[in-house]
Design a protein around this ligand. Structure first.
Ligand SMILES: *Cc1c(COP(=O)(O)O)cnc(C)c1O
Length: 397
């Protein structure tokens, strides 16, 4: 490394530190779950994407262990050379069936799925219209394709229509609207009924990244398109095995057969990156089985979310409205959100504060996430901690 480059790195890191944006990772000693041990202390965990509490589920652990014994550890190949086992196709077919699509294709992560989706499907004659709050992986994926790019303000349907008109006026051949199914900083759902209606009117297609919904939103947890009753109007779905579906890793794209077939030939993160390990695929299949029969888990999750939301409201906190298990506690000031997170940590509750540039200035918050692994007693304990931290920081009087 040249001295100039070393200086450049040191300066950049110092700048991050000085702006108070340095992210520090706290090692968790226990399996991921409702209760975790951090810094030698037991904490309630309100910041995992472990919506159904499956991350430490013994059935998933057993499925992964059995697969390690039966199938070995790694595939040491991409899918098309010698990295495909019957279970890979089985999981793809199971995901497609679950989501109501013709087929699905696995990736190492949803970040890769979104990174590989756009470039093979769309060319310079085409247009992608993207919600301004879409996940970083959609933004990057769109950057990698040659299509004309349009952006609309978050969930602003007038703006979406204006962008559709602009793309049509510019002579776009194919138009794809891309949106998160759930915007994870707010827990707001994308307005899929309006989006799909507009798509119909302007002859556009719709892609939904349903990472924060698959497994628990909508009937049988089939996601936001089913939740809104517009599943047949959403062309392409992307998602992850890294959140509600067990929390390990793995991503997928589900959609029409021809889309999946072409991605299998052309999607670069699929062609040039390793096959998912068998243990992850086996546990993924087990997770999907549990999720398909998981009405009790989903009921528990939404009961917890309603109780949590009601409890925070009674304490006097300012919440964003919503139905999703993401419940953001609005604090406004960045420093206040950090102080609140620190106090909560001291009171045994693990949460994350979010502030600019992750969310707009003046809208700093603590994002809490409910899951099915938390008991009523856990929630009461967490509410007690929020009450104390709120009074200590002056958020509550
Ligand atoms: C978490 C998330 C991703 C990334 O998923 P990974 O499988 O962890 O790469 C992509 N999009 C959205 C909307 C997400 O929430």
């Amino acid at each position: 490394m040249t001295p100039e480059f070393a200086r450049h790195l040191a300066e950049t890191l110092a700048e991050i530190e000085q702006q108070g944006l340095m992210k520090r990772e706290r090692p968790i000693a226990t399996p991921q779950g409702g209760h975790v041990e951090v810094d030698g202390r037991e904490m309630l965990n309100l910041c995992a994407n472990n919506y159904l509490g499956l991350a430490d589920d013994p059935r998933l652990v057993a499925a992964a262990k059995a697969s390690l014994d039966a199938d070995g550890y790694g595939m040491a190949s991409v899918r098309f050379i010698c990295g495909t086992k019957p279970m890979h196709r089985e999981l793809e077919r199971a995901l497609a069936r679950f989501l109501g699509k013709e087929d699905a294709i696995l990736f190492a992560a949803c970040f890769d799925a979104n990174g590989g989706l756009f470039e093979p499907l769309l060319g310079a004659e085409d247009a992608v219209i993207s919600d301004a709050l879409n996940h970083a992986s959609i933004i990057d994926g769109v950057r990698l394709c040659k299509a004309q790019r349009y952006r609309y303000a978050n969930s602003d349907m007038d703006d979406l229509e204006a962008q559709l008109k602009a793309a049509r006026a510019a002579g776009a051949r194919h138009i794809l609207i891309a949106t998160d199914g759930v915007f994870s900083m707010d827990g707001y759902l994308a307005k899929l009924p309006e989006i799909t209606a507009l798509a119909g009117r302007y002859d556009a297609m719709v892609m939904v990244d349903d990472c924060h919904a698959t497994g628990f939103m909508g009937p049988q947890g089939r996601g936001t398109p089913h939740h809104h009753g517009v599943a047949d109007k959403v062309d392409i779905l992307t998602g992850t095995l890294g959140k509600a579906l067990g929390g390990a890793l793995g991503g997928y794209i589900a959609g029409p057969q021809a889309v999946v077939d072409l991605l299998r030939q052309r999607a670069r993160p699929y062609l040039f990156s390793n096959s998912l390990p068998p243990a992850v695929v086996a546990a993924g299949l087990e997770a999907l089985r549990i999720v398909e029969a998981g009405d009790a888990l989903r009921a528990r999750l939404f009961e917890n979310a309603a109780y949590w939301r009601g409890g925070l409201q009674s304490l006097g906190f300012d919440l964003l409205p919503g139905e999703h298990p993401i419940v953001p506690v609005m604090l406004g000031d960045a420093r206040l959100s950090q102080e609140m997170a620190t106090r909560l940590y001291e009171h045994g509750v693990y949460v994350a504060g979010f502030f600019f540039p992750v969310v707009p200035k003046g809208t700093a918050r603590i994002r809490t996430q409910m899951n099915a692994a938390l008991s009523r007693a856990d929630l009461d304990q967490a509410l007690d901690a929020f009450g104390k931290a709120g009074r200590e920081t002056g958020v509550l009087s």
